[in-house]
Each structure stands twice: as C-alpha cells, then as structure tokens.
Write a protein that binds this ligand. Structure first.
Ligand SMILES: [Mg+2]
Length: 231
C-alpha cells in the first residue's frame, strides 16, 4: 500500500512522533525510574494501561518517586541515550515533502530539547509537559487540551492537525500513544512494542518499523521503491 502524502493543496500532512523508545532506542523515563524510583512505578504504568489514571497522573506519580536534580538526570541520560537509526532520514524526508514534523512526548521536555540540540536537530518542534523543579524532584505541567473529544494531549495534537485539514501520521511505541495512533490517518508502531500489540488488539491498521527510515519510505516513497516491512 502506498501512502499518498499530499492532498489537493499539496504538502498537507503532519507527522507527529513520540520521543521515548521511538526517536530514542531506550525510554528515558523508564531508565531513570528503574534506577532511581523509590516505589513500584510499574504498577502505576499498569493503572494507566487499564485506563484507571490519566497520563498526567501517571507521570506525576512516577516522578514523585525520584529525587534527582535536572542536571543529574541530563548527566545520567547522556551516557546511554542514542537516536534510533533513520531519524535523520525521516526529518529530511518530511522537510523535502513539505510535511510538518513535531515531537509529541509525555517525557522530560528539557531532556528532549537537550538531546535534539546536541544532535543538530534543535529546530525540531516539541510538544511535551513542562518539567518544573520543586526542590526535591520534578513535577509536570501538561500541554493544554483544546479538542473536546481528545483523551490526552497526544490525541489532542492529532485532532488539532486534522481539524486544520491536514492528514496525520502518528509514530510511537507505548501506551500513551494509543489514542493518538487510533485517531491518526496513518499509524506507525515500533515493531513488537506495546503500541504495536495494543493497535493489533484494537484492530487498527498500522505499520511497524525498527528503523525510522522505514517510516520515511512509507510516507515518502523513493523512486527506487525500497521495500517497507509492515504487518
Ligand atoms: Mg514512547
């Protein structure tokens, strides 16, 4: 299946992309929680998947378990975080295809901006909760939701783009990406990720990938017609 990326107006596609575990190979929040959380943060994650708490409540509860300064978080993460292969290619393809590209992440905004800038991608647009130091740790101020039917801010971002007449490709790997991916025109999930499994369970057509170049190729097929792996 080839995905046409331009409507009658040309270039009317928005590519919204999760950060943790999608643009990066590891989940930065999970890495920090695994090492520094004082409490059962995975149980909180299960409550989110069961729909018993919101993503806002999930992140705030989890990071309340961590006492680590912002600078120490940066230092720890810089040792281990690397970009997923193909990210540069995806950005170039979006740019060449006049597509809007935006990171939509429930993660640590200051780390995301730090990571992007350090890799030469500082101009990339980011929508993420604002992390605020509160003395002993951090708390989160989530992006406002404007679309009444949006179930979290990621889905709100998708619905806003659609409301402005654009088609949306959503790329992710986790529970917090589910509603956004369900509302998107084209859903992409990291192969064998939680999102991949959840989308299959929901019966939502989606493509899977391990290299973001596969997403670039699906959205903006090259003349050579490289093979794209999918479900
Ligand atoms: Mg993720």
């Amino acid at each position: 299946m080839e995905l046409a990326t331009e409507g009658p107006g040309g270039g009317k596609i928005s590519v919204l992309c999760d950060f943790d575990g999608t643009i990066t190979l590891i989940d930065t929040a999970e890495f920090l929680l695994d090492r520094y959380a004082d409490g059962d943060w995975r149980r909180v994650e299960d409550l989110l998947e069961d729909g018993r708490i919101t993503i806002d409540q999930c992140m705030s509860t989890q990071f309340a378990m961590i006492s680590l300064s912002r600078q120490n978080m940066l230092t720890e993460l810089d040792k281990v975080v690397v970009p997923r292969p193909g990210f540069s290619r995806l950005l170039d393809a979006c740019s060449a295809g006049s597509a809007r590209f935006r990171v939509t992440s429930a993660g640590l905004d200051f780390y995301i901006r730090h990571f992007l800038a350090a890799n030469g991608w500082g101009a990339v647009e980011v929508v993420a909760p604002e992390v605020m130091d509160n003395g002993s740790g951090v708390s989160f101020r989530f992006p406002p939701i404007r679309e009444p039917q949006a179930r979290n801010f990621k889905e709100d971002q998708v619905l806003r783009e659609r409301a402005s007449g654009r088609r949306v490709a959503y790329i992710g790997d986790g529970v917090s990406d589910l509603w956004a991916a369900l509302s998107a025109d084209h859903a992409f999930a990291v192969r064998a990720s939680r999102l991949d499994r959840l989308l299959s369970r929901e019966g939502k057509e989606h493509r899977t990938f391990t290299d973001l170049g596969e997403v670039a190729e699906a959205l903006f097929p090259s003349p050579a017609g490289l093979e794209v792996h999918g479900p």
